[in-house]
Ligand binder design. Sequence first.
Ligand code: ZN
Length: 76
Amino acid sequence: MKVKCPTCQTDVNWEEKSEFRPFCCKRCQMIDLGDWATESNAIAGKPATNTNDAIAVDVEEIEALLAKQSDSFFTH
Ligand SMILES: [Zn+2]
């Protein structure tokens, strides 16, 4: 049975001795694992987007605070 290496699309014989199946070699296996780690990092990075939203909210709150301070400054 032959499968295609998911990394480089090379035909790989699916055998007991094929240590890195479905990959053709250790390098392709490591590359695929690296991609998986990168995707995990991307998912782990999602809270960063939420943090940006939180910062945007903070900016609005700070601007509102500054507006209030300006009001009191001009009132007094
Ligand atoms: Zn490969």
